[in-house]
Write a protein that binds this ligand. Structure first.
Ligand SMILES: Cc1cc2nc3c(=O)[nH]c(=O)nc-3n(C[C@H](O)[C@H](O)[C@H](O)COP(=O)(O)O)c2cc1C
Length: 229
């Protein structure tokens, strides 16, 4: 997951907290959601101001980013850590040094057992020429920080691997492919095929069915439908 810094004004003071639980969740208007523990100082800032900012730090900002994730604004003043700027929405401080800043207005709050899921509409996005290639954000120039859990490790982006929504078209064009996949010890082998309409189906091979039905009567095909897409 990407590592971000969520900016708020809490009782008028600038505060940033580190957030890994973030996702884009709506196309138009563009929404992002963040999962924030109910005890965090940031919560008050988001609720009072009905908004927040999302800032993408680069690898060079790893120390400050980690600091914002281990120290609460309730105990320490984090307002002097970064040079900030404001956009249209005056209550969402943004970090100049970050490659991308999203200014978000709060549109929905879902109260979950331990966290609030805040959904924000991206009102404006800010970046600089030096992070762009042909007018688009370039991940190699942004050098974003990535996080894995539960090992709590920071990573950088690896190599480019292929064009999303294109590379799979190779399979779509073939009506009768049969690929053998090993799907682990639980189910044994499976067959992958496309039907006449080009929809993918995954069937257990005889070996797989035997494996799955060990100790059971009858047999079953596995059809991968919506969850495949
Ligand atoms: C890498 C990293 C990612 C984090 N992601 C989240 C997160 O997604 N949601 C959350 O509630 N806390 C997350 N935390 C913890 C908060 O950032 C941390 O408790 C912070 O001190 C809260 O700041 P505040 O009290 O000033 O709001 C993360 C911490 C780190 C180090």
């Amino acid at each position: 997951m990407p590592v971000t810094l969520v900016g708020t004004l809490v009782d008028g003071r600038v505060n940033f907290m580190t957030v890994g639980w973030i996702s884009r969740v709506n196309g138009n208007p563009p929404y992002v959601c963040i999962g924030i523990n109910k005890n965090h100082y940031t919560v008050k800032g988001i609720i009072d101001n009905k908004g927040f900012s999302v800032n993408f730090p680069s690898v060079e900002m790893m120390e400050e980013t980690d600091y914002c994730g281990i120290v609460s604004g309730r105990k320490e003043d984090k307002s002097k850590l970064f040079e900030v700027f404001y956009g249209k929405f005056e209550n969402a401080p943004m970090i100049k040094k970050c490659s991308l800043n999203l200014e978000c207005g709060l549109v929905e709050t879902l109260e979950l057992p331990t966290h609030y899921l805040f959904v924000g509409e991206i009102l404006e996005a800010y970046s600089e020429e030096r992070y762009l290639t042909d007018g688009r954000l370039d991940i190699e120039k942004m050098k974003p920080l990535l996080l894995t859990m539960p090992d709590n490790s920071y990573w950088t982006v690896g190599n480019y691997k292929g064009a999303a929504r294109e590379i799979g078209l190779k399979l779509k064009d073939k009506k009768d492919i049969k690929l053998q996949h090993s799907i682990g010890s639980r189910y044994g082998e499976m067959d992958f095929s496309l039907d006449q309409e080009g929809k993918p189906h995954i069937h257990l091979t005889e070996e797989g069915i035997r494996e799955q039905n060990r100790g059971k009567k009858g047999s079953k095909d596995i059809h991968i439908k919506e969850e495949y897409w």
